[in-house]
Design a protein around this ligand. Structure first.
Ligand code: ZN
Length: 299
């Protein structure tokens, strides 16, 4: 397969937000620098949420202030509301990532909004980002299943995607927030969402590896033509609503699979594995990712 994919590393936000160990601001910045050194060009650096709700992201402004703008590099900040997008713009984010929630239960617990309300908030966030010259992107969370409501109908996800696409996201990412999908779910949802939004919107995917289906799902998405993948260095992270959940698919394991398939990523896998081993020492527990343990082949 000759293709090139873009990998967005979400470890500094989605990963660290759900880790028990709080990393210092200096360590977060070091993590981001190591990702960039390995060839990652898009990093979800932090989240602009209220520090009382997510103490691990209380240093969002300090992290951004420590990063110098680099050509070809996007620092992505997560924002769940209008206060968040203002903070992300002021902090110098290149891209602001907002969330539309696909199910009532998760919306209520995670951000206090119905799916329809989250589309309205996203629409205002996107308008503000466009106005400020910041790239708005969108993730549809629990797009494959909800920890409270169970199954989420594909037509529901497609309808929300169509409504949200009217605000012109640079990218629309389908997230399996709690790691329940299998490859045929991925195939079905990508086709339905692409039919709903047309070819003008780039689709991305965000898989948690809770039930070990993450890489199979990534392969299914690749086969469906998706070229943008979220992943987390070392596979670090979890989900506050799924006690034994692991994080996102490990970036280095995904890169190994893609390189083995002849798919280009622009990433130096050994530098990435070094970064994963470094992160393991900072967190003080074994990381889920396997490549950093197994090493290259052939040696
Ligand atoms: Zn996630």
């Amino acid at each position: 397969m000759s293709a090139r994919v873009q990998i967005i590393d979400v470890a500094p936000r989605d990963g660290l937000q759900n880790e028990k160990t709080l990393l210092s601001t200096a360590d977060k910045v070091e993590l981001i620098r190591r990702l960039l050194a390995a060839g990652i060009t898009k990093v979800e650096t932090t989240s602009f949420v209220h520090p009382r709700l997510v103490p691990a992201m209380a240093d969002a402004e300090a992290v951004m202030a420590s990063l110098e703008p680099l050509p070809g590099v996007s620092y992505i900040g997560l924002a769940l509301n209008e206060r968040g997008v203002e903070r992300a713009i002021a902090a110098g984010c290149d891209e602001v990532n907002a969330v539309v929630v696909a199910a009532e239960g998760f919306g209520h617990h995670n951000q206090g909004m119905t799916p329809e309300e989250s589309v309205a908030v996203w629409t205002r966030i996107a308008a503000r980002a466009h106005e400020a010259g910041v790239v708005p992107s969108l993730v549809i969370s629990v797009a494959f299943g909800c920890p409270f409501d169970g199954e989420v109908p594909t037509r529901r996800v497609a309808a929300l995607a169509a409504a949200a696409a009217a605000a012109h996201p640079a990218r629309l990412t389908l997230a399996d927030t709690i790691g329940v999908a299998g490859p045929t779910d991925v195939q079905e949802r990508i086709r339905a969402v692409r039919d709903a939004v047309g070819d003008g919107v780039e689709l991305g995917v965000h898989f948690h590896n809770t039930r070990n289906t993450g890489l199979a799902n990534a392969y299914a998405a690749l086969e469906e033509g998706v070229r943008v993948f979220d992943a987390s260095l070392g596979g670090v992270g979890g989900c506050p609503f799924a006690p034994d959940a692991t994080g996102n698919i490990p970036t280095e394991d995904l890169v190994y699979m893609l390189h083995r398939m002849g798919v280009e990523t622009g990433i130096d896998l050994e530098l990435l594995a070094d970064a994963a081993r470094w992160l393991e020492t900072r967190l003080g527990h074994p990381i889920p990712g396997l490549y950093a343990k197994a090493g290259p082949f052939p040696r």
